[in-house]
Design a protein around this ligand. Structure first.
Ligand SMILES: [Zn+2]
Length: 79
């Protein structure tokens, strides 16, 4: 992930940088592409508000074809 590389371990986030940080609500995808089979995996986590989740949290998706579960960490760009 380039985000972590750019921010580094020591923080150093500028006030001029308005990118979301850990805890901020960002939009997440209703569906992702299953890495295993290429079909769609739908969101199974319930978030509040719907369609949003805090950066750094984990949301789960389940593939409609192979039923694989994907736990995705929400990053500052959403999912
Ligand atoms: Zn699948």
């Amino acid at each position: 992930m380039t985000t972590a590389d750019r921010w580094g371990a020591g923080g150093g986030r500028s006030d001029a940088d308005d990118r979301p940080v850990v805890g901020d609500q960002v939009p997440i995808a209703e569906r992702i592409i299953c890495v295993d089979c290429g079909d769609e995996a739908g969101l199974i986590s319930h978030t509040d508000p719907p369609g949003m989740a805090p950066v750094g949290s984990i949301v789960a998706y389940r593939c409609r074809s192979c039923l694989e579960r994907w736990d995705i960490e929400v990053d500052s760009d959403g999912i």
